[in-house]
Write a protein that binds this ligand. Structure first.
Ligand code: ASP
Length: 592
């Protein structure tokens, strides 16, 4: 027997018991006559004591134990004289009678503590040591709970979990595919799924009615803190549904997850159209934990001789409450530099301060009277002490820039409160985006998304300009400015799907070669259907109040898409390449 209890189990009621514990040496403290060892496992830490007077030999051996040695110890539970209220086992300790080293350990390259001194690369290379630390371990446990609750909820709603294949052909979600050479089919490749999109639609044609899967998806994209080349989705599809059915089901799931894992009751989620989100926040994933909504000033700011505004398509600002006196000229300059950084790209920043003494101060004071500026203030709902920050230029760009500024001000002003969760649905996205360079449309969501019912006829018969105004029956779930998931009602009619592929630049032959199976299925009684997918790693991070998804993934990749623990990707042998019929490419590379 290795253990009678875990290192997190013993309490004052266990005093007097003989127990056996196994775990890792977290730390040891030597006080001459006495040696203390903190023994750790997944469940907690228990203090072991060795007394020189009781057994000098045992005590000497204990002193030699290094950090992360694995031991099994036998002894008696006793009450601690010096209790540790921060530890669940802090009332007791084990008077050790005997112990045994199960395995020695080298000195770990970083400390196994909540705040580790290991940099990212070191932590990833020694991920097994990193995962011994509480913050990482707890995130994985949280993830496991979230997955369990997801399964409970969805199966309770008659969803069936179905596995779809990984070796498929391209399912476009707007990224590059990872491809896998086929040994048995020379010169041919599988693609790893960017999502199970086409399969889940086929499952609806098959009559499964409600499908879900917690599933890996693969997208070969440049990486950011919240992106991984392989990531997990809660992927779902439902037959005979409208948007309202999908939203209420997945609002229900989201509420359930918050209730079950965090004890939080979320109120009903607001619904906002894409146009409204862009107008009020300059973003299709607004962080609604705070207001600071956009105020359009075109009609008030133009025609007073300030050229920059006169020539701008859009003059738009935000009102930063209580900031008028918090920002010195120097800080305004610094904020102006911030919006002018290439990542934001604004040309400049105009401020209007409504001071608490009633005076008004602005960088464009020359062009506007105090009364003019006060009119802006009243449109923005500004009060004494508030500051307007205004950007101008081409409408779409300016909105994007002001969105960044709004978020930055929200951060600086402490308005993104931890533990505050503000979900919302964004609906009615544009169906197609025109790509000037490529001379074709892109699907804003993906090629299987249906236009809204009232736009279907226009899609089939309309001209080029009409296509730009089509609305998709698509929706995103946003929480605290993060896109948690998205989905749509799908096209289930061959004619409409063919039309969509054409607009997206596919020839009939290409569409048939790539998606003939799906359009073929539509001809055998495809029910109306729709679905959604949540980014599971992101959901974990957002619900847990974190921004990075990395620690919710046991073995994540770094920014170069590498797993530094196993050192992948890596070259393969010439023999293997030959088997895969890739030999010539390889040699070409090697010689070239
Ligand atoms: N397949 C979509 C995605 O991965 C989700 C959906 O439309 O259900 O974003």
């Amino acid at each position: 027997m290795y253990r009678s209890h875990t290192c997190g189990a013993l309490r004052i009621g266990d005093v007097g018991r003989e127990v056996q514990l196994s775990g890792w040496v977290q730390a040891s403290r030597d006080f001459g006559g006495m040696t203390f060892i903190d023994l750790r496992d997944r469940y907690g830490i228990t203090q072991l004591v060795f007394n020189m007077e009781d057994d000098a030999g045992l005590c000497e051996r204990a002193r030699k134990l290094g950090r992360e040695f694995v031991i099994r110890a036998n002894g008696l539970v006793r009450e601690r004289s010096n209790k540790n209220p921060n530890r669940e086992t802090g009332d007791v300790e084990i008077e050790v009678r005997s112990f045994e080293v199960l395995n020695a350990s080298k000195v770990p390259p970083f400390t196994i503590e909540d705040e580790s001194d290991g940099g990212d690369d070191l932590r990833m290379k020694f991920r097994y040591l990193d995962m011994r630390r509480n913050p990482v371990k707890e995130k994985l446990v949280f993830r496991s709970n979230l997955a369990l609750e997801t399964r409970k909820y969805l199966t309770g709603q008659s969803f069936v979990e179905v596995e779809t294949p990984f070796l498929i052909k391209s399912t476009p979600e707007g990224a590059r595919d990872f491809v896998v050479p086929s040994r048995m089919n020379p010169g041919q490749f599988y693609a790893l799924p960017q999502s199970p999109q086409t399969f889940k639609q086929i499952l609806m044609v098959a009559g499964l009615d409600r499908y879900f899967q917690i599933v890996k998806c693969f997208r070969d994209e440049d990486l950011r803190a919240d992106r991984q080349p392989e990531f997990t989705q809660i992927d779902c599809e439902m037959a005979f549904v409208t948007r309202a059915d999908v939203l209420s089901t997945f609002e229900g799931l989201t509420k359930h997850l918050f209730r079950a894992t965090k004890g939080i009751e979320l109120p009903d989620f607001p619904v906002m159209t894409y146009d409204e989100a862009m107008q009020r926040f300059g973003s299709d994933k607004p962080d609604t934990r705070f207001g600071m909504e956009f105020v359009e000033l075109n009609d008030l700011a133009k025609g007073k001789g300030f050229r920059v505004f006169d020539e701008a398509e859009m003059v738009v600002g935000i009102c930063a409450q209580g900031q008028a006196e918090a920002y010195s000229n120097k800080q305004i300059n610094e904020l102006t530099d911030w919006v002018k950084r290439p990542q934001i790209g604004a040309k400049g920043l105009v401020y209007v301060k409504f001071n608490t003494d009633g005076s008004v101060k602005s960088s464009v004071g020359k062009f506007y009277s105090d009364d003019d500026l006060k009119e802006w203030g009243s449109k923005a709902g500004a009060e004494a002490g508030d500051m307007l920050l205004i950007l101008s230029g081409e409408a779409e760009k300016t909105r994007k820039q002001l969105n960044e500024l709004r978020l930055e001000m929200g951060r600086r002003m402490g308005l993104m409160k931890e533990g505050d969760f503000k979900p919302l649905w964004v609906i009615d996205f544009p169906l197609l985006e025109w790509d000037e360079e490529a001379g074709r449309f892109h699907a804003m969501h993906h090629p299987f998304t249906s236009p809204k019912k009232e736009d279907q006829e226009r899609m089939l018969t309309g001209d080029h300009e009409t296509m730009k105004s089509l609305r998709a029956d698509a929706y995103d779930l946003v929480i605290n400015g993060v896109e948690i998931g998205g989905g749509s009602i799908r096209i289930h009619d061959r004619k409409l799907q063919e039309r969509n592929f054409k607009l997206l630049g596919f020839t009939d032959e290409e569409a048939e070669a790539q998606f003939g199976f799906l359009m073929g299925a539509f001809e055998y009684g495809a029910p109306p259907h729709g679905g959604i997918a949540f980014g599971f790693d992101r959901l974990c991070a957002v619900m847990d109040g974190e921004t990075s998804i990395r620690d919710y993934i046991a073995f994540p990749k770094n920014n170069m898409g590498r797993d530094v623990m196993i050192d992948a990707p890596s070259p393969v042998s010439g023999e293997q390449l030959e088997e895969l019929h890739l030999e010539s490419t390889y040699q070409g590379e090697a010689e070239g």
